[in-house]
Design a protein around this ligand. Sequence first.
Ligand code: FAD
Length: 362
Amino acid sequence: MKYDFIVVGHGLAGAILSYTLRKQGRRVLVIDEPRASAASRVAAGLLNPVAGKRFAKSWLADTFIPAADAFYDELEVHFGRQLFIHKPIYKIFSSIEEQNTWMAKSADSSWGDYILDTHTQSIHQPDIDDPYGGIMIGRGGYLQVAEMLDLLTQELLEQKMMLPERFDVEQLQLTEGGVRYKDAEAAHLIFCEGFQVVNNPYFKWLPIQPTKGEVLEVQTENYDPECIYNKAVYVVPVGDGRFKIGATYNWRQPDEEPTPQGQEELAERFGQITTQPFHVTGHWAGIRPAVRDRRPLAGTHPQFAQLSVFNGMGSKGVLMAPYLAQRFAAALAGTEEVMPEIHILRYLSLYYDYINQQNQQL
Ligand SMILES: Cc1cc2nc3c(=O)[nH]c(=O)nc-3n(C[C@H](O)[C@H](O)[C@H](O)COP(=O)(O)OP(=O)(O)OC[C@H]3O[C@@H](n4cnc5c(N)ncnc54)[C@H](O)[C@@H]3O)c2cc1C
């Protein structure tokens, strides 16, 4: 069979890129080994326009958010199902110093409708511990990532555009016209393997830092607030009194095993937000494809023009992937350049170091 593209990996990156390419009329074959511990399946799917303790707007939020809204809206129409749940995010100040940091930043006019309200005192929601108040953030919410991936996988399987198996790089042949893999031929192959790119002989030189994260699901007594809470962790109400709590960050333990320490940390932090009694109903771990400079990775291989990579979404795949996939699809079509901030060529020196090392080993 002949394709325009083979896409390896169907997490957030591969799924959103392959859907974008299909919408442009490209013939795509997706090869994905289904894994329950893939980062995208473990993620709570939060999209938060405000990043971290320093109260900075997320990188390119003004660009990424409209693209994400449009993409998830379109998928919802396509599948006739709600996938993105819009909810305000109540970022609770953990100290008076944090409140002061925000007050100094809040005069900035570029916040627009990202900030719905600033509270310098508790908003007195039942069972919520917010003595210093907090900010109510708009335009965020969460994507039901696993549901989205299941729907897209089902569609690809029905259209015979997916091989649900491990891609064996040993069987990849680079040809004059592109690539051949088993009985499939394509003009181009794009690797979207998440952290597993560290084992890819063509792209292992990229500076991916596999970063483990754990997520907990807890059940309360039917407590269903109208917002997502954020204080050290995020607490996402997913209905019927259940919450997803995430996430931990661990650079030193690159495995996908949930740990008692992870559970303890998340449960303790949940307890710092709410006094609701709860019990744990689920606990997962996955590995984020984080990058040294915290920017994604996209581009065509420096030596093999038929191979590309789209990866490095770190902890913000839901926010970034729709826009970046659209731009990367345009670059693959030759109508624009890959965005310089995410282009893999910024790490070209690492590629030459890698090649030199390989040559010395011969
Ligand atoms: C605990 C945790 C919580 C998170 N929470 C959030 C959040 O709230 N919001 C957010 O935006 N992001 C969150 N993230 C980050 C988010 O999950 C990532 O940005 C995103 O999932 C990365 O997607 P990906 O497609 O690059 O990688 P992955 O999700 O890892 O997908 C890669 C896919 O490729 C497949 N694959 C790899 N190698 C091969 C091969 N050789 N053959 C076949 N298939 C292969 C894998 O099986 C997998 O299906 C979280 C991550 C973790 C771990």
